[in-house]
Design a protein around this ligand. Structure first.
Ligand code: SF4
Length: 325
């Protein structure tokens, strides 16, 4: 089969998942350097990928039906040779079908098999890293499916050497949120090493970020809700170390090249550990883990078991590696 000339990629909707699709986009670029790749996905997260040079166009998936119809019609006129469907939903496969893409590749499920021309079975969660699952879809087209950590995001590093970032929020739910008191303890430890502590997150994370700042003291400041995603990536690119929950923010920090410690609770680090040159995962999984629940009926022992000293030790390791490099 000849190489595709026009490849459509329907990106996932979550920030972290978009960043875990980067290896696939680099693999497509390597396998088909003359192909035109168009990505459709969430506008904000795609802003981070523009500097990668892996796609010719980054097309936001509109909120409204009319905009979506126009987007599909435009892609249909473009006549994609292939569409890679990364989200597992029926609607994303239906989207690919409506673009008229000759080959439509995505994982089986949600009754969408008839809409796809290639629908392999998805492995159980955690058997392979999510980035490898995406790469395997590109492998169906002939791209290299081996996982390689992609280069750091191309972002403008913002002023802030000798800083530490703390991200105590996680939009997914409390089963991904390590305690604010533990984050504060880590922040005090990093401040004692001479680092200025910036507590970051979304507008919704402001209360927990303020709680962490108050418990750390003068060495900390909250920037929650005050930064765009590219600015967050720029802060991470300049920072000495970042400590985050298993959240989109952890993926941004890792992808920006920051030494990143990610605390995992109810989910699987084998499946969705952040990708980056310097990443440590701290997880104390009980027998019930991973449950992938957003909350917990038994008091979150998976999160309570993670102690601040373990996280500080992981930070110290990463900082020592950076200083030795
Ligand atoms: S059930 Fe187990 S893995 Fe799930 S949130 Fe509770 S302690 Fe964590």
């Amino acid at each position: 089969m000849s190489d595709p000339e026009r490849v459509l990629v329907r990106l996932p909707n979550w920030l972290g998942d978009v960043l875990m699709a980067r290896p696939l986009l680099f693999a497509l670029r390597g396998a088909f350097p003359r192909a035109v790749v168009r990505c459709v996905g969430p506008a904000g997260p795609m802003e981070l990928l523009r500097g990668d040079g892996t796609a010719a166009e980054w097309l936001a998936w509109p909120e409204d039906d009319r905009g979506r119809g126009e987007r599909v019609a435009g892609l249909r006129r473009w006549r994609p040779d292939a569409a890679l469907v990364l989200p597992p939903s029926f609607s994303s496969a239906w989207f690919a079908r409506r673009t008229g893409a000759r080959r439509r590749i995505g994982y089986r499920g949600e009754l969408r098999g008839p809409l796809l021309t290639s629908a392999p079975a998805r492995p159980p969660r955690g058997d392979r890293h999510l980035a490898e699952e995406y790469l395997a879809l590109g492998g169906e087209l002939g791209a290299d499916a081996a996982l390689r950590v992609p280069p750091p995001l191309v972002v403008e590093a913002l002023p802030g050497s000798r800083t530490a970032l703390l991200g105590p929020g996680a939009i997914y739910g409390p089963a991904k949120r390590w305690g604010a008191d533990r984050f504060a303890e880590v922040g005090r430890g990093l401040a004692a090493r001479g680092l200025a502590v910036r507590v970051v997150g979304t507008r919704e994370d402001r209360p927990v970020c303020a709680e962490v700042v108050a418990a750390i003291g003068a060495a900390a400041v909250s920037l929650a809700g005050e930064t765009s995603l590219p600015e967050l990536a720029g802060l991470a690119a300049a920072a000495t170390v970042a400590v985050c929950n298993d959240s989109g923010l952890a993926h941004v920090c890792a992808a920006a090249g920051c030494a990143t410690v990610a605390v995992f609770g109810s989910t699987s680090s084998a499946w969705t550990a952040p990708l980056g040159p310097r990443v440590r995962v701290v997880q104390r999984p009980p027998v019930c883990s991973p449950c992938f629940r957003r909350d917990c009926r038994i008091g979150y022992p998976c999160l309570v078991a993670v102690e601040a000293r373990e996280v500080l030790a992981a930070c110290a390791e990463l900082i020592a590696e950076r200083e030795a490099a």
